[in-house]
Each structure stands twice: as structure tokens, then as C-alpha cells.
Ligand binder design. Structure first.
Ligand code: FE
Length: 133
């Protein structure tokens, strides 16, 4: 996919401070604080920084975690997985493959068919409502 390369100064102009903190500094929003956790509409979840299509409503499920949760990305090449050793844990970070913005983390306790749980910050996503097939 098309790479999006912007400086931190450019991202700061484009993104409000809360979104900048999550997308560009890997902050985590408080659970149950986001607008998309309980969104059940059909459509696409896009990168809040660059607009890349990241997740479909078809892969969204209720994890009870307080963050939007998906069992797979819309396209495996659109979400990159990176080892994250911050905060004394070894986790798998999910970043946008196009602009490298932080999205959330991936855990192995998700539902079928993948068993994966993409635990994603609402602030990292823009939802576009449309019918899904
Ligand atoms: Fe992006």
C-alpha cells in the first residue's frame, strides 16, 4: 500500500492532541472512553491518521475490554505487527502499515475463526458507515 510519510510537526497540525498521543506516541485511551467500542453499524474502520482501510465491521466482536476489538484486519498487509517490550511486558503492537501510526495491540485470546484479538483504540480509528456483504 501507499506509504504516508509525515513529520511529527505535520502530524501535530493534523491531529488533535488526544489522537496525536495515541497514534504518534502509542498512548492508550481509557477503556470504555471511546466512541467506537460499542459501535455495531456496518462499515469500515480507517486509520485516524492517514485514512487507510484497516478493519471491517464484519470482524468486530464484543470483547468486553472497553476497546474496539476485531478478530482480523481488513487486509493483512494493511496492519503491521511489531514486538513491543514497553511497560515490562512483551506484547504485539499493531501499527498502520501505510503511516506507521500506533493502533493498539494484538492478543491470542480472540474468537474463532482466527483466535486473535486486535484491541484497538477508538481514537486511532475513523468509522465510515456503508453496507457490507
Ligand atoms: Fe495510517
Amino acid at each position: 500500500m501507499q506509504r504516508v510519510d509525515k513529520s511529527n510537526a505535520e502530524w501535530r497540525i493534523q491531529l488533535d492532541p488526544k489522537r496525536y498521543a495515541v497514534l504518534r506516541e502509542a498512548a492508550t485511551e481509557a477503556p470504555f472512553s471511546g466512541m467506537l467500542d460499542r459501535n455495531h453499524a456496518d462499515g469500515s474502520y480507517r486509520c485516524g491518521a492517514c485514512g487507510a482501510e484497516l478493519f471491517s465491521s464484519k470482524a468486530k466482536f464484543e470483547s468486553g475490554s472497553g476497546w474496539p476489538s476485531f478478530f482480523e484486519p481488513a487486509d493483512a498487509t494493511h496492519v503491521e505487527l511489531v514486538e513491543d517490550r514497553s511497560h515490562g511486558m512483551i506484547r504485539t503492537e499493531a501499527v498502520c502499515a501505510a503511516c506507521k501510526s500506533h493502533l493498539g495491540h494484538v492478543f491470542e485470546d480472540g474468537p474463532e475463526p482466527t483466535g486473535q484479538r486486535y484491541c484497538i483504540n477508538s481514537l486511532a480509528l475513523d468509522f465510515v458507515e456503508h453496507p457490507t456483504t
